[in-house]
Ligand binder design. Sequence first.
Ligand code: ADP
Length: 426
Amino acid sequence: MLGIGHRKQSGAVQGKLEDSLQDERQTSSIILNAIEDGVMLIDSHGVIQLFNPGAANITGWPSSEAKKLDYRSVIKLVNEKNEAYTEEQDPLQKIFKQASGEPLRDNQAFLITRSGKQVPISLSVSPLLNQNRALTGAVAVFRDVTQERTEEKQRSDFISTASHEMRTPVAAIEGYLALALNDKVSTIDTRAREYLEKAHESTQHLGKLFQDLLTSAKAEDGRLISHPILIEMGSYLEKLVNDLRFSADKKGLSVEFNLGSADTIDATAISMINQKVIMPLYFVSIDPDRLREVVTNLFDNAVKYTEQGKITIGITGDNQVVQIYVRDTGVGIPAEDIPHLFQKFYRVDNSATRTIGGTGLGLYIGRKIIELYQGRIWVESEQGKGSTFYINLPRLTTEQADSERAREASQTAINPINSLTTPVLQ
Ligand code: ADP
């Protein structure tokens, strides 16, 4: 009796388990069918195993047809110039090559639908790992962001127009205030001078704010002018540091420039001629004006947020990257602010920023510019001790630099007008 009772009981438990698994499957399928986002599951061969109705709506491929196809014939990704994604850009291919097991995101991608329409999407791809942490497939979740992009464009158009229109009167006010403050042109008493100096400072701040707003709006909708050319970073940065050091000198801060360092220089890049060490050449393809904006902002910040000590600008690198750093001995940045520092309008709330003027847009613009050249910018800092801002940019090999130089030379020969407008830095 007992035995039968037990069997009966375990049968009941088994039944319950199956019921709950069945319920779970049903719930998952209800959710997958109901959500607007596209959900696609591919196996390790790239074959589609699941394609929900949301995915079908966005791509124009009915689920029944998409299933069992290679995902590449269904999910065609392009950039804003309608150029097909390369293997290195496609997160669905990258996910199988990276070892970290981290999800990949792409908010700039466009998807070509079955009928050939280009739809902006935000895409996130997560790896599927089995118990041994081996990759068995990937899940892609994507969303049509046409409306968000349109609204973003309207917002950025408004900011562009407004800041452009407001820059002109502000420049006029600033000019007249400068005239009023000029002894050779006007006579004013000391009190009036004090007020006008304050007004002049605020107008300059306003002018900078409009300029930064305009640049960030352009960076957001891809209108930032960029003429990348071949640059040898060592000589470029040395010259830039010489132009910038004045503001640090004025504040009594010393400035040091470090080109390479014994522990980071790769041996292949150093040669000995007559016992003289030739420093490595760090070639990068970038617009020198854009890079100047970024480094100048880092340098200005180092000066602004450092009361005493030293600012060090340096270059190191390996075969793949050129690394620029700007180090200061200033106030430092609290750990909790670091993740937000490169966001729009973000300023650390402390006594330094309360007294020192700023727009909170400089680092945001800097990040946008560096990302334009497939680079990375970040900061390491300790409060009270100082901060180091790093920029990594893809390094060109000597051969790539040679062919880039030849290409630039042939373009200049075809169109000599360009040679007058494009700065060529060695
Ligand atoms: P701004 O300097 O105009 O406020 P940024 O975007 O350049 O704007 O910098 C954002 C914030 O990051 C600053 O307000 C400041 O709080 C912090 N910050 C930037 N650089 C430094 C630095 N070198 N040392 C300490 N804090 C810094």
